[in-house]
Design a protein around this ligand. Structure first.
Ligand SMILES: [Zn+2]
Length: 285
């Protein structure tokens, strides 16, 4: 694998990237940290707290003023390096809100970073000035409840909300399918020309790609309704039928996404749960 770890890649004027060495079935080649700005910079998704990654970021920053260290959300492949970077550059941590979860244990894609402490949490539509251009927070809950995208100079930093290599993991209780779909719809109404995700290549046809993602989830929902309509099924049974030839490392994540669909369908009165089994809600039909 010759991925460009620890190298500064200039993507377009004012947007550059450094890849962290944390490849996995959930992170692709690893977390991509973005540097916004030229004379001064904001750092988006500092990534895991790996010394060689933090060193590479400090070198890439090269003594420029750090206006903000921004996290899209607080999974452990995104936010932990914010502390080391704040310490070494003096930049403030400004971005997503912390999560107050009772259970910060491991999830399908990454455990939550319970130590994340922003100096300032941004709400939807709030902006910062970086090198003469606005960075705007776009609230996009779904993958996590605190997820933000950041708009800058006609591009959108999409974190894990929209990724260039894989569909997004949405796992209850913090992940929520209805919110995720609303957040996809929100992006479909926007006009950025390029998406830069935390994992995988840039998306250069955002509207088309987001429409495809929405369609994909609607197909999945239809498929789940058909499966539980045939007979009551538990989640492993639904996963086995809905995801043939699934990478075994992704079984738990697929189960989480199926659960996210089922919870949404239950709320809409379309399915009911009986112990481990899910079935169509015939009372409403
Ligand atoms: Zn994540």
């Amino acid at each position: 694998m010759d991925a460009p770890y620890a190298k500064l890649e200039q993507l377009e004027p004012g947007i550059a990237r450094v890849l962290a060495h944390n490849p996995s079935a959930f992170t692709y080649y690893g977390t991509q940290t973005y540097l916004l700005g030229e004379n001064e910079v904001a750092i988006v998704d500092p990534g895991p707290d790996l010394p060689e990654h933090v060193d590479a970021l400090v070198e890439a920053i090269g003594g420029r003023r750090v206006v903000a260290i921004m996290c899209t959300h607080t999974h452990r492949d995104h936010s932990p390096a914010s502390r080391a970077l704040a310490e070494r550059t003096g930049g403030p941590i400004i971005g997503c809100a912390p999560l107050a979860l009772e259970d910060v244990g491991p999830r399908a894609d990454a455990a939550f970073d319970g130590d994340y402490r922003p100096d300032r949490a941004l709400h939807d539509g709030e902006t910062l000035q970086v090198d003469g251009y606005a960075v705007s927070a776009v609230a996009t809950p779904g993958h996590t409840s605190n997820h933000l995208c950041f708009a800058y100079r006609g591009s959108l930093l999409t974190g894990d909300h929209v990724m260039g290599w894989s569909t997004t993991v949405v796992v209850p209780p913090d992940g929520e399918m209805a919110a995720y779909m609303t957040s996809l719809e929100k992006l479909r109404q926007r006009d950025e020309r390029t998406y830069y995700p935390a994992h995988g290549p840039a998306v250069t046809n955002p509207k088309q790609y987001v429409r495809h993602l929405i369609g994909h989830r609607m197909q999945r929902e239809k498929q789940i309704l058909r499966l539980v309509g045939e007979q009551p099924r538990d989640i492993p049974d639904i996963v086995a039928n809905a995801y043939p030839a699934l990478d075994p490392r992704l079984t738990i994540a697929a189960g989480g996404s199926v659960l996210a669909h089922l919870v949404d369908l239950e709320r809409r009165g379309l399915v009911v749960r009986e112990g481990e089994l899910w079935t169509l809600d015939t009372r409403s039909h």
